[in-house]
Design a protein around this ligand. Structure first.
Ligand code: FES
Length: 677
């Protein structure tokens, strides 16, 4: 039998027993303690660092050698970072990566604040949208002739006859393909209840019919409850909207962080985790399934509804989330030629997936556009409807992987580009998710170069001290640093020694946003030159993708730029333009539309015609493959400068410093660009 050891996590005091050989981070997870990770436990991000206590603590004799010695990967990681950890005041003798150190004796572990996982502030509320309510699931009230010796028709046949009559009478016109009695299917769980239900209701019953062809629920007497859920599974957060299928009203909204973040912050890390671990797929699938069931349970309880009342669910997510939700491998999606298992939409019984709904209910997944342009983007299209407009729209859903669509009713093109996790605060020296304690907005005074910032707090609580900086603030900070001249258009610091905030740090020049005494981590929070580089790489990939997509569509300048997604809703459009994240567009034509993917899921839940429209869109949209575009590298290099090496940004030209031509940029232009327009 495997030996077990006691593990205590401080400062929470959570303790429990785990088998010898368990990684500390896995032990923490099993005991409900969240420790950060960005690299899928590859010993490269350092977010999971902890301290091993040496000595007796709370009745446990802990020792440094009660965890396994460092392997090569961990040694290499620390060799590069020792000075930085010392600077943080951490005792490096006791410092370990919790994803690498394995338990081999009783141990007490201290999780520093910078490594603690937080409940992210999930901002995914439903938007007011006009939806023509024509759901796939509809309830009918049926009064049947009782069975008699003279007419001993089977109960199901008798019900089918009566139901078809009612459907012809009250079905929603052309939308109701009234079936013949023989065309109606009955779910097995309904079949088993039919005989009792009709008699208990004195031959008066209510049934729910899915897609005009299958009876999925039967109740004695009159009932008109019919509910459905629209679910948006994002890489970072999951949002669920519980809707009344008859009225279309959103009766409850629930959201939470995607627990898969414990396995890596971006989709690439999770795909790697799945491939590298024998039980990787099961762990990732279970995590998302449990989260969806948790949200569903909360929403139903909030509305005092039963599990059986949930008659359908529509799910959207990027291709990786889609596959993991369906318990399908992402191994081949991550390798050239990056092909998903399926493109088409799918209807699958909730019970087959383990969704805690009415056992006969269906889960509908919207189709996938391209390898990395998923069902979430189809949701965005259903919500924003570029295919019904004359204006040329550029729609950008920003995440660790950005999905872009351009066009109008005549033609639509899509592509995707990895932007890395920098926009979400990862790979940034003091980056963190949008959680309590994160700096979320930054402004810098033009004259004094002093910053002002706001910190995310919990509900009405007083603003806490800063412990890091989240994506929207990193974009703010770098844009402001460029605007006021702390960095130049190439991202280099303008070296000066007269201000303590601008200084040489561990990694080169840096600008201090918050000094130690303003923070809860006992250290200054600077934006380093390396952070600026990370933002340059991310914004450059995004801009180059948008530029090539517009070029392929033959569009000089889009009429509107739409920023979709919760993150898009928190970016300041002016700062995005100053950085050159998005093509030059008048600020008044840049719109943030919030969680359009979730809205699209809701639209598909409430209007079945939209599901057909989604399939037509996926069939018609033209996919642009950036990896094979010979111009992508050039465009990427050109976009590294703020806001761009060659493109004028007239919409924000008055806001940014007039700079001398950058000689490096000029040389690149001379060498590689004949027509920079
Ligand atoms: S180094 Fe441990 S999770 Fe990244």
């Amino acid at each position: 039998m495997t030996q077990e050891h006691i593990v205590v996590f401080q400062p929470s005091g959570v303790r429990g027993k785990v088998p010898a050989g368990t990684h500390l981070r896995a032990a923490a997870r099993s005991l409900g303690v969240e420790i950060e990770s960005v690299c899928a436990e590859n010993a490269t991000c350092g977010q999971c660092r902890i301290l091993v206590e040496d000595g007796r603590r709370g009745g446990v004799a802990s020792a440094l050698d009660h965890v396994t010695p460092m392997g090569v990967d961990e040694q290499e990681f620390f060799a590069k970072r020792t000075k930085a950890w010392k600077r943080l005041g951490l005792d490096i003798e006791r410092l370990r990566l919790s994803c690498q150190a394995e338990v081999c004796g009783d141990v007490v572990v201290f999780v520093p604040e910078s490594s603690r996982g937080n409940r992210q502030i999930v901002r995914k509320s439903a938007t007011e949208r006009l939806i023509d309510v024509r759901p796939t699931v509809r309830r009918y009230y049926v009064e049947m002739e009782p069975a008699t010796l003279a007419k001993p028709l089977a109960d199901v046949a008798r019900l089918a006859d009566a139901l078809v009559e009612v459907m012809e009478r009250v079905g929603d016109g052309a939308n109701c393909i009234a079936p013949g009695p023989d065309d109606l299917r009955f779910d097995y769980t309904v079949l088993r209840r039919v005989s009792d239900a009709v008699r208990e209701g004195d031959w008066k019953i209510s049934v729910a019919v899915w897609n005009d062809c299958e009876v999925i629920d039967i109740r004695s007497g009159y009932h008109d409850e019919a509910y459905g859920a629209a679910v948006d599974i994002g890489s970072t957060a999951i949002a669920l909207y519980l809707c009344d299928l008859a009225s279309g009203e959103v009766v409850a909204t629930e959201s939470m962080m995607n627990p898969q973040t414990a396995f890596g912050d971006d989709i690439m890390s999770r795909m790697t985790y799945q491939v590298d671990n024998e039980d990787g797929l099961a762990a990732l699938h279970d995590a998302v399934l449990t989260a969806v069931n948790t949200l569903l349970g909360r929403a139903l309880r909030r509305c005092k509804l039963e599990v059986d009342d949930l008659l359908e669910m529509v799910v959207v997510g990027n291709t990786t989330m889609h596959h993991l939700f369906l318990n399908m491998t992402t191994a081949h999606l991550g390798l050239a030629p990056f092909v998903p298992t399926m493109h088409r939409s799918l209807d699958i019984k909730a019970r087959d997936l383990g969704i805690e709904a009415n056992p006969a209910a269906y889960v509908h997944l919207l189709p996938i556009e391209a390898s990395f342009v998923g069902a979430d983007n189809v949701g965005v299209l259903l919500a924003e409807e570029p295919h019904h407009q004359d204006d040329e729209l550029l729609i950008i859903d920003i995440g660790t992987n950005a999905e872009l669509v351009v066009g109008n009713r005549k033609r639509l093109l899509c592509t995707s580009t990895p932007t890395g996790p920098a926009f979400e605060g990862a790979h940034i020296e003091y980056g963190m998710r949008a959680a309590p304690g994160a700096i979320e907005r930054v402004r810098i005074d033009d004259d004094t170069l002093e910053p002002t910032y706001t910190v995310i707090s919990v509900d009405d609580e007083e603003s806490p001290q800063a412990k890091g900086i989240c994506g929207s603030a990193i974009i703010d900070a770098v844009a402001e640093m460029f605007r006021v001249g702390i960095i130049d258009s190439s991202g280099r610091f303008v070296e000066r020694t007269d201000l303590p905030r601008i200084r040489q740090g561990e990694f080169g020049w840096e600008y201090v946003v918050a000094f130690e005494e303003e923070t809860s981590i006992g250290h200054d929070i600077p934006i380093t030159i390396q952070d600026v580089r990370q933002i340059q790489l991310a914004k450059s990939a995004l801009y180059a993708a948008a530029h090539i997509l517009l070029r392929e569509a033959g569009i000089q300048r889009p009429d509107k730029v739409i920023l979709a997604g919760a993150f898009g809703a928190h970016i300041d459009p002016t700062q995005a333009l100053i950085l050159g994240m998005i093509p030059d567009t008048p600020i008044s034509d840049v719109y943030a539309v919030g969680n359009a993917a979730g809205d699209g899921a809701r639209i598909a839940l409430l209007n079945r015609d939209k599901r057909r429209e989604a399939m037509e869109l996926v069939g018609a949209i033209q996919r642009v493959e950036l990896p094979v575009d010979p111009d992508f590298q050039n465009q990427f290099m050109l976009a590294l400068n703020f806001p761009h090496m060659a493109h004028p940004f007239s919409s924000i030209a008055h806001l940014i410093p007039a700079s001398e031509p950058d000689p490096v940029a000029q040389r690149f232009l001379d060498l590689h660009v004949n027509d920079p327009s």
